[in-house]
Design a protein around this ligand. Structure first.
Ligand code: GUN
Ligand code: FE
Length: 451
């Protein structure tokens, strides 16, 4: 057993903050949370005595808190070298001129390993314990990413990207054919599932059509069949911007969500990135199929010129988590995306709703709280992936970050005026930097720390 004593912030249900002062968390050998006791519980004192006898006891000090590890639902690992570059271009130019030439370089596995090792370290240092990754179209480099997640202790869900449409992808960077894309995807699924036998925190293969425009009908149908056969996660981009949304309607006479559903790509293990242009009917399709949205607010501000109607979709019942979308989003930090989720929702409320045919100024009741955004980065991400993560409660896996408000390089204080727990959390969510993340734990194992 491992024992962790300290105050907890988490949201067991969306948007509802729970604070437990001086909690005592008991974690078993497999990294699962066995019990969370409050000081008033009958078992508390006896368990504390056990903890104090144990070699595996972490006791937090004043101004230190346990938060659930963050779940990043949308990262393009190969785009990490490009973070911050060419963000003043439109999406199609950015993809064609910058992104595809960069991703093509991952035929070189040594280059891939160098980038991927660095990226996983950066994400862990920012408290991101689980990541849903797009790799590239290359089988070997995609396997290397899964292996590196496994070695570094991060829970990685990794997809070999499929992009085989000869008119929509560059000749120097595409799958050779639908048949080879499907064969590589099946090999990838099997290899990662083999790898997973030796990775305690889990590593998962993900079926990954890049987005509908980049895939032929044949590959989309084949990937849907693989999703049925192997029951693994599925990810793609859906209705990200006006161009992609219109292109799918023109090609199929149906909406993006309908096309993905009809090819068998929407399941309760599917996560669709962006979804800025989805309406209530699309939301119903997501609810019926159990599909979740990866909300990428920084990226959306740049490349979709939009703000996802988070409040409306959550009220409808759509599952949703948060994504950095490296490098459409420049930041590797979900802390930054939590802030942007709040900012974008306020701009939707007070600014222009670009999702309507006749843009009007503002949509009432669009704004979300920072606690709702925190939920998306934690509990919402776990729910989206159908994994028991994102909450610090019995039955969940112990993935956690230890936040220290007294870090020398970035002291965060309310000067005795803002002492109540909710204000402390709000200050952390707005002001914390990697310097305040003292430790990061995945599946009960320490994977990052600073003195
Ligand atoms: N649509 C297709 N590919 C991409 C990508 O790499 N990034 C983003 N933001 N949108 C995409
Ligand atoms: Fe993306």
């Amino acid at each position: 057993m491992k024992y962790f004593k300290g105050s907890i912030f988490h949201t067991p249900t969306h948007g509802e903050l729970v604070y437990i002062e001086d909690a005592l968390i008991v974690v078993n050998e497999t990294g699962e949370i066995q019990a969370v006791y409050q000081p008033t519980d009958a078992e508390y004192q006896a368990t504390l005595a056990e903890a104090q006898e144990s070699d595996n006891f972490l006791c937090l000090g004043k101004g230190q808190y346990f938060l659930p590890g963050f779940v990043d639902l949308h990262v393009h690992a190969p785009q990490w070298p490009q973070a911050g570059v060419a963000l003043d271009e439109p999406l199609n130019h950015w993809l064609d001129e910058c992104t595809f030439p960069l991703e093509a370089k991952y035929g070189d596995v040594t280059f891939a390993e160098t980038v991927y090792q660095d990226l996983v370290d950066h994400l862990l240092a920012r408290g991101t314990t689980t990541v849903l990754y797009f790799a590239t179209a290359h089988l070997e480099a995609s396997l290397a990413l899964a292996k590196i997640c496994g070695e570094k202790g991060q829970r990685g869900l990794v997809g070999k990207v499929v992009m085989d449409h000869p008119e929509m992808t560059p000749s120097y960077y595409r799958d050779d054919s639908a048949a080879s894309a499907l064969a590589d995807t099946e090999t990838f699924i099997r290899e990662v599932q083999k790898m997973a036998e030796h990775v305690p925190q889990g590593v998962y293969p993900v079926i990954t059509p890049r987005f509908v425009p980049s895939c032929t009908d044949e590959s989309l149908a084949g990937l849907g069949e693989l999703a049925r056969q192997y029951d693994v996660h599925v990810q793609s981009h859906c209705s990200e911007g006006q161009w992609a949304h219109d292109h799918v309607i023109e090609r199929f006479g149906k909406r993006d969500t309908e096309v993905l559903r009809d090819f068998g790509l929407l399941t309760d293990k599917s996560v669709m990135a962006h979804c800025n242009f989805i309406d209530e009917h699309d939301g119903d399709i997501f609810i019926e199929t159990g599909t979740a949205v990866a909300h990428c607010p920084i990226s959306n501000a740049y490349f979709a010129n939009g703000a996802l109607p988070v409040k409306r979709l959550k009220a409808q019942g759509v599952e949703m988590g948060l994504g950095t979308d490296i490098s459409g989003g420049f930041s590797p930090s979900l802390w930054d995306n939590i802030k942007q989720a709040v900012i974008s929702s306020r701009m939707l409320e007070d600014g222009v709703d670009v999702t309507l045919p006749q843009p009007i100024r503002g949509v009432a009741s669009s704004r979300i709280s920072v606690v709702e955004a925190f939920s998306l980065a934690t509990q919402g991400g776990g729910e989206a992936l159908s994994l028991p993560i994102g909450v610090l409660a019995p039955g969940y896996i112990f993935d956690a970050q230890v936040l220290d408000m007294n870090a020398q390089a970035n002291q965060i204080t309310g000067y005795g005026v803002f002492n109540e727990p909710e204000a402390q959390l709000q200050k952390l969510l707005y002001l914390a930097t990697p310097e305040n993340i003292k430790q990061v734990w995945v599946q009960g194992q320490l994977v990052h720390h600073q003195s």
